[in-house]
Design a protein around this ligand. Structure first.
Ligand SMILES: [Fe+2]
Length: 191
């Protein structure tokens, strides 16, 4: 059975604002999701599919798998001090087309990311109309729009910033997030 290898983010250090200790703790958490996803898939392969135990394991798979995959999107769209530029990019053009201006898109993204609760804020590309749309995802698995492609992924669980900031400091953490976005990766995801 195929397993999912943990991706190597050892080079992701020296970010603006977000401390190395914060990243190390967060990567440890990410590695836990990878380990549990692989273990869960192995357990499922050895469990009788006609049982309710199997069904409960299937229910848990959405949490563990998305916990793994969303962290990969998140770490992949970060780089120390940011890379590339938003201004003049294909992403900026699409954001302006959909939201009137890049500033309006960012306002929408930040407002979404400040929603009470734990989860993710994700800007998706909708292949059906070529547009961008920001979504709130609760925990790891609730609220993903079907068939859309994640383009910019922001972890807004408190564990993403609680090592170096207070749990109430989501707004300044979001400023730190924006200071470290790898816009080259974001633009590549547009295809
Ligand atoms: Fe996280």
């Amino acid at each position: 059975m195929a397993t999912y290898p943990a991706k190597d983010y050892s080079a992701l250090r020296g970010l603006s604002g977000i401390t190395d200790e914060q990243i190390e703790v967060h990567l440890k958490l990410y590695n836990g999701y990878v380990t549990r996803t692989n273990a869960l898939l192995e357990t499922l392969a050895q469990t009788d599919p006609s049982t309710s135990a199997y069904q409960e394991l299937k229910r848990r798979l959405g949490w563990e798998f998305n916990g793994m995959r969303l962290h990969e999107y998140y770490f992949d769209n970060l780089s120390a001090g940011g890379s590339g530029s938003l201004a003049g990019s294909a992403f900026a053009a699409k954001a302006a087309e959909q939201y009137g201006s890049v500033e309006n898109w960012q306002k929408d993204f930040l407002s979404t990311a400040k929603a009470p609760g734990i989860g993710w804020t994700i800007c998706y590309l909708d292949p059906a109309n070529g547009g961008l749309i920001n979504f709130w995802v609760t925990e790891h698995e609730q609220g993903h729009p079907a068939g859309l492609i994640p383009v910019l992924v922001c972890d807004v669980f408190e564990h993403a910033f609680a090592v170096y900031r207070k749990p109430t400091d989501r707004a300044p953490y979001l400023d730190d997030f924006f200071a470290n976005i790898n816009w080259d990766v974001v633009n590549q995801r547009l295809g």
